[in-house]
Design a protein. Structure first.
Length: 743
């Protein structure tokens, strides 16, 4: 087994002290965190009195029985006593029979346990590791190892060696252990070779690895600033970053400016022009001119395809005759009132007529305007008429609410379209469309352009589609503004529900939400403690933080009976700052779930009992961006996490843990599609850049039974008056209008 070296910076243990080197054999792993690579080990000195000692530092992946050469300094910790703080280490081949047996029996190699390790060492002695690496066929000489098990051991040995080599190489380039683990999982044994050949491939191939990380590695490998692969990767990264901000494309001058700033190049640099030409030739980008605009639009190819595909599918759906049988609408409405005791308002009646008559209908309206009642009425009429109806929503929570409201099964759009995580494809598409006469999608404001395309692609030409959503909420997290573009194009039938029903009007949450939507200051004066909307005025961020912590941990649970872990959700406009989600989460974790000696979760920042949120789609685990769960114990010594998402439990491996964040507080954007019994929201000019009307409106409408705003009136007024929504670069409306002109 070859000697391996790994270097990683840590906090200095003795300021300015010269580095010391010690050799030791690992006897026990006390603690390790894949998220940070921080590890605590017990070792014995290789020479001398074999005195046990503790080492701490970036030692993730080492195993009992390994012999390590550690560089660092001795320090005296007030709590744990004398320990060696590691700055770098070298893993050496175990040189004693006991060390070899410990190493093999550590569970590191599949197929070898403690008993089998003893048999192998008894047979091959000090040559054991050379035999396993160079002559694995000889393992058959050991009692209990046949050809199948020998092959299993050989593969596991090579995988472990590849993992360690990847960790050593990537961490030497400044990457964290969790990043290195993710890269190895994605690229396998070819990881090191692939990174050396083109480090920018990481930004494309590995989730969570961006251009800046790849650029750091590239610089270490000697790739120059104007190298074609760097400039091309920078352009693609600028487009991807724009997509993260909601854009489907960038105007070419804007793209050149953004990429130039990122790469340290002039926007007119020849290297940029050559790179964009090369990307066009390889069909990685599409440059599209427009008669109505002066500037070319540059798309990532996949986003151009989805935007054009949405427009084409909308037109195809609208021009295709319906396959559903005709329904007597007056008779259906009479049946609804007499048998289901459901009386509809005039706007709702008009929406039912449009749903039954139109191939594509958009229903929009604020809280309390009867969208849920309308959907229930449509589903009941269609079910009575024996029409095939499918219900869906973008998120699991929204689908559950839709099912509860209608009494009919509803699925997430991914489940409806039978997404296959192994092949990363939707199995329902134009070639194998959904089997339905009507498809109803709730929370349609959350539909980004790629998901809208896949949905429309799977809608049969003869079916009818009903999209229900609140267009005044924040747009989708993903690129595009599909619901707004559809409404602006006037291609679908559109019904706007505007009347707030009497019962809903009694809720100050709903009345204030509509005041905010209209650009009016909400009513902040509470008349009694029995109300559902409160404003607590605080001027300074420190006072806002203190008040929120008191509200969540004591006052609201004590006065209203809400469970602080289950029912309360703190929302914030931004991540950073004293009252941003990051600090709020740390403070709420400290109070609601302090560290315990019984805590068996080794993920460092996350603890057993924590409320956590998934922050990116993980199709293999079948969890999605915005899913919220609770951390459960997973067993002593297990480096992963188990999370209870309500209807299912999911096990996370170390490389996947950084897909989870604390969720005692979350951004307003992340709360889309969800409702909570109680919402608490800080409002302060510290969040000036995000103080917008649609953000405040979205936050208030997330609360079902209680909403509490904490902050100053000036910041609230800024948010209400700021109706300037950040423009999203999209040509969907233009495409739909252009298509309409051709018919």
């Amino acid at each position: 087994m070859a000697t391996r070296t790994q270097t990683q910076s840590t906090e200095s243990g003795s300021s300015g002290a010269a580095s010391t080197t010690v050799d030791g054999v690992v006897t026990r792993i006390v603690f390790t965190s894949a998220a940070s690579s921080w590890t605590v080990l017990r070792l014995t000195l290789s020479e001398g009195r074999r005195t046990p000692f503790t080492a701490v530092g970036p030692l993730y992946g080492v195993q009992p029985g390994e012999r390590l050469r550690l560089s660092g300094n001795w320090e005296e910790d007030r709590k744990f006593g004398r320990q060696f703080r590691v700055t770098s280490y070298m893993a050496l081949q175990p040189s004693t029979l006991d060390g070899i047996e410990r190493y093999l029996g550590s569970g590191l190699i599949a197929g070898i346990g403690k008993v089998m390790a003893g048999r192998i060492v008894a047979r091959f002695g000090l040559d054991t590791l050379d035999i396993v690496e160079s002559e694995p066929d000889r393992l058959g000489e050991v009692d209990g190892i046949g050809p199948v098990r020998a092959e299993q051991i050989r593969k596991a040995w090579r995988q472990q060696q590849g993992l360690r080599d990847t960790l050593v190489f990537l961490q030497s380039q400044g990457m964290t252990s969790s990043q290195a683990l993710r890269i190895h999982k994605q690229l396998g044994e070819t990881a090191v070779a692939a990174v050396r050949a083109n480090p920018y491939r990481l930004a494309e191939a590995v989730t969570g690895i961006g251009f800046k990380t790849a650029d750091q590695i590239a610089a270490g490998l000697g790739i120059t600033g104007e190298a074609p692969q760097r400039v091309e990767a920078g352009l693609l990264y600028a487009l991807d970053r724009a997509a993260d901000a909601g854009h489907l494309y960038l105007p070419k001058p804007r793209l050149m400016d953004d990429a130039g700033a990122l790469l340290g190049l002039d926007s007119e640099a020849g290297a940029l022009q050559k790179a964009i030409t090369a990307l066009m030739a390889r069909r990685e980008v599409v440059i599209e001119a427009s008669e109505s605009r002066q500037v070319d639009a540059v798309y990532r190819t996949r986003l151009h395809a989805t935007e054009a595909g949405v427009a084409a599918r909308v037109e195809k759906l609208l021009e295709s005759p319906s396959d559903s049988r005709e329904i007597d609408i007056p008779k259906a409405l009479a049946w609804l009132e007499q048998n289901q005791h459901l009386e509809l308002a005039p706007q709702q009646v008009e929406a039912v007529r449009c749903a039954l008559d139109s191939k594509l209908l958009v229903v929009t309206g604020g809280p309390g305007t009867g969208k849920t009642t309308l959907v229930r009425a449509i589903v009941q009429i269609l079910t009575k008429a024996r029409q095939r109806v499918l219900l869906a929503a973008p998120t699991g929570r929204a689908a559950n609410r839709l099912s509860e409201a209608t009494g009919a099964p509803a699925k997430t759009i991914h489940r409806l379209l039978e997404f296959d995580p192994r092949q990363m494809v939707f199995q329902r598409d134009g070639a194998r469309p959904l089997e339905a006469d009507y498809i109803v999608v709730d929370e349609a404001s959350m539909l980004d352009c790629p998901l809208a395309y896949h949905l429309l692609d799977a809608v049969p030409d003869g079916a009818k589609l009903v999209l229900v959503g609140d267009v005044d909420q924040l747009p989708s997290v993903g690129p595009g503004r599909v619901l707004a573009d559809l409404i602006d194009s006037r291609r679908p039938a559109v019904v706007r529900l505007q009347t707030v029903f009497r019962q809903a009007a009694q809720s100050r949450i709903i009345t204030n939400a509509h005041l905010i939507r209209r650009g009016e200051i909400p009513d902040l004066e509470s008349k009694s403690r029995a109300e559902d909307f409160f404003f607590i005025e605080r001027q300074e961020p420190e006072a806002i933080l203190e008040t929120i912590l008191h509200l969540v941990t004591r006052r609201i649970p004590g006065s209203f009976g809400f469970d602080a872990h289950r029912d309360l959700q703190v929302l914030a406009p931004m991540r950073r700052g004293l009252i941003g989600t990051e600090n709020l989460n740390l403070e709420l974790q400290r109070l609601l779930n302090p560290p315990s000696s019984q805590d068996s979760t080794p993920a460092g920042r996350l603890r057993q009992g924590d409320r956590v949120m998934q922050i990116r789609n993980n199709y293999e685990l079948d969890v999605f961006n915005g899913d919220v769960g609770r951390v459960l114990p997973r067993g002593e010594g297990d480096e992963g996490l188990r999370v209870d998402f309500g209807r299912r439990r999911v096990d996370y491996e170390p490389a996947e843990i950084d897909e989870l964040v604390l969720a005692y507080a979350c951004s307003v954007h992340k709360s889309q599609g969800s409702e909570y019994p109680c919402v608490v929201l800080p409002v302060h000019t510290q969040h000036y850049m995000m103080l917008q009307r649609n953000l405040l409106y979205t936050a208030v409408t997330r609360g079902r039974q209680l909403v509490v705003l904490v902050g100053d009136r000036r910041a609230l007024a800024i948010a209400v008056r700021n109706d300037r929504q950040l423009d999203r670069f999209s040509r969907l409306t233009e495409r739909l209008l252009s298509s309409a002109d051709t018919y």
